[in-house]
Write a protein that binds this ligand. Structure first.
Ligand SMILES: [Ca+2]
Ligand SMILES: [Ca+2]
Ligand SMILES: [Ca+2]
Length: 201
């Protein structure tokens, strides 16, 4: 095995062992700051993967209805048609791996107490916050029993144009020890193949 290949493999192994046991791999992340223009009754770009069904949501933030300053753009989960929408996206998940949907929710900042139902695969939860509640982190975990595409969604209950505010949505996987073992076995195989190639040459 030549020195460069040895160095690359050694670096890869070092990286794996240096990673803490709980290192999470993020497979989806959106803070909504890249979208413009800000608008009531937002239609997300197709490339974002986000969909709004059965009603509307608002994309608000810096310079436009900024009721939660300092967070760039964010979503008012009850839009402006008196019919709060289901705000949804999806991710590709691998069987048996535990994934965590993380998100920040804040109170409506307009007085009313609001509730949002959250779904991720077959897991669900709901969050109720008073009007002045600050942006707070929540998460919901799901372990699929089959690999495939799974949805996650947020739906504000009621429909009076005032909803909870959503920001910083992400999905991450926490690799199990067996996953690291598989990665190491893969590296071992790579080293074996490189050694064989040199012997053959
Ligand atoms: Ca944001
Ligand atoms: Ca609204
Ligand atoms: Ca409401």
């Amino acid at each position: 095995m030549n020195k460069l290949k040895s160095t690359v493999i050694a670096a890869a192994i070092t990286t794996i062992f240096a990673a803490p046991a709980s290192a999470a791999v993020t497979i989806f992340s959106d803070n909504f700051d890249s979208y413009s223009p800000l608008t009531l009754n937002w239609t997300p770009p197709v490339a974002s993967g986000w969909t709004v069904s059965s009603g509307t949501v608002d994309l608000i933030g810096t310079g436009f209805n900024d009721i939660l300053p300092g967070n760039g753009n964010y979503i008012d989960l009850d839009g402006s048609t008196s019919n709060s929408g289901v705000f949804a996206n999806s991710v590709n998940l691998i069987s048996g791996v535990t994934y965590t949907l993380s998100f920040d929710l804040a109170g409506s900042q307009r007085g009313s107490t609001e509730t949002v139902d959250i779904n991720f695969g077959t897991a669900s939860t709901s969050v109720t916050l008073g009007g002045s509640a600050p942006l707070t982190a929540y998460d919901l975990s799901f372990t699929p029993s089959a690999s495939g595409v799974y949805g996650f969604s947020f739906e504000n209950l009621g429909g009076d144009n005032v909803g909870l505010l959503l920001d910083n949505v992400s999905v991450s996987a926490v690799p199990e020890p067996e996953t690291y073992a598989m990665l190491l076995a893969g590296l071992g195989m790579l080293g074996f193949m490189l050694r064989s190639r040199k012997t053959n040459a």
